[in-house]
Design a protein around this ligand. Structure first.
Ligand code: ATP
Ligand code: MG
Length: 401
């Protein structure tokens, strides 16, 4: 157990400035924008955890993996789920090992209590030996404790923390505030090296104010058109630059539709690869429609996408005025003060009831953003990121404190 004070062991990845963060990540295939790079730079220097919130597939998990590559640190990952408890997050006593040891030492244990006149004194004698069995030898460390006990500096990824229960959040609080973990039988473990902690959330439930306060909070959204194009280029999909540019425009258009699951960056990359493999020479409505299932994963979404695609490649294309099963325009519910959180379920396939399945469905819901943010779906110059976009997505699901 380390008793060294944190101050003595502060270290960081050696990022000279924000531009250096962007460069180092780019070398490892992750294209960060200025805002994200600034957050990483601050994390390294302030030793604060990063809390990344945002829709699926925008590179939240990948950021932690890339940070591990950039810094050469080991990545420890805690994948959160409903009903998770401390034994899978923090530590548990290795019961099997304890039992094995007691069995193997049966004779020794027998000898120990042989002289005891009655059961009570035998129990007392055994209790005196308890610390042998509740020692580090029998402690099974899970990712949180492992990150604290590690001899080497590590990256700790607490992935999809919104899926875990609030009890686990409380456990995280001690860790994030003090970089220490208490094991009642053993005492307090303090971090030898402050881990870089990255928490991710899809915002399926509001996280506690206390947790947010301890973190550098960043809302990670779909990239602007230029950066998404850069990401596609960097993945060497084989699609020509011109077609990739058009494809990014189409995907951004799809993200504006009221889809249950908006296409993510990795799906744009998959689509580009698919089109390249098929040898597409231009992006026609037919080519796109034939391959749209690469990016649109629900039947109803596919129907909507197929209706919208002709107009995306040719604004003059004739499409029905009234789209079936599309009772509200895109603007509905965005920036009107409606609840953009779980209650979204009522727009989508009649989901109701706040059970775990709904939470997971809600995770897949698309945009919490207005048209001003995503643009019109045609490729234009890169847009500046509007201030306060993260605040907008949390505004309606505040806790009472
Ligand atoms: N900035 C980026 N630079 C390069 N690749 C990226 C970037 N952002 C996302 N990607 C690509 O998108 C993929 C999906 O990202 P990732 O798995 O990190 O998404 P996520 O935000 O964690 O999604 P989820 O909420 O579903 O877990 C990555 O594996 C990576 O290939
Ligand atoms: Mg992820």
């Amino acid at each position: 157990m380390s008793a060294r004070p944190l101050d003595a062991v502060r270290d960081h990845a050696g990022f000279a400035d924000v531009a250096d963060v962007i460069d180092q990540f780019a070398e490892h295939g992750y294209l960060a924008d200025e805002r994200l790079a600034t957050t990483v730079f601050l994390q390294a220097h302030l030793e604060k955890p990063i809390l990344l919130e945002g829709p699926a597939g925008v590179g939240k998990t990948q950021l932690a993996k890339s940070l591990a590559e950039v810094t050469g640190r080991r990545l420890l990952r805690l994948q959160c789920y409903e009903g998770q408890d401390e034994t899978t997050a923090l530590y548990e006593w290795d019961y099997g090992k304890q039992l094995l040891y007691t069995q193997l030492m049966r004779e020794k244990v027998g000898a120990l209590v042989a002289d005891a006149p009655d059961l009570a004194s035998a129990v007392d004698t055994l209790a005196g030996e308890e610390s042998v069995f509740f020692s580090e030898r029998f402690l099974a460390a899970r990712p949180l404790l492992e990150a604290i006990r590690s001899e080497e500096p590590v990256i700790l990824l607490v992935d999809e923390v919104d899926r875990a229960d609030e009890a686990l959040e409380a456990v995280l609080l001690e860790l994030l505030a003090e970089y220490q973990v208490s094991v009642p039988e053993l005492g307090t473990f303090r971090a030898r090296h402050t881990p870089y902690v990255i928490l991710t959330s899809n915002n399926t439930r509001d996280l506690s104010a206390a947790l947010k306060r301890r973190c550098l909070h960043l809302f990670l959204d779909y990239p602007d058109a230029e950066r998404e194009l850069d990401i596609i280029r960097s993945k060497r999909t084989g699609l020509s630059d011109e077609l990739a540019r058009q494809l990014v425009g189409v995907v951004r258009g799809l993200r504006e539709l009221d889809l249950r699951k908006a296409p993510s960056i990795s799906e744009t990359v998959d689509w580009a690869r698919t089109l390249a493999v098929l040898g597409a020479e231009e992006l026609t409505a037919e080519t796109l429609s034939a391959t749209a299932n690469v990016v649109v994963k629900y039947e109803r979404d596919l129907r909507r996408a197929l209706e919208a695609l002709p107009r995306m490649v040719d604004p003059n294309a004739v499409v029905p005025d009234h789209l079936p099963d599309h009772g509200h325009g895109h603007g509905h519910g965005h920036g009107h003060g409606h609840d953009h959180g779980l209650d979204h379920g009522h727009h989508h396939d009649g989901a109701d009831g706040a059970d775990g399945a709904e939470v997971r469905r809600a995770k897949d819901l698309p945009g919490r953003h207005d048209e001003a943010y995503y643009g019109t779906g045609t490729m234009g110059p890169a847009r500046p990121v509007p201030a306060g976009q993260g605040a907008r997505s949390f505004g309606s699901r505040r806790r009472p404190f």
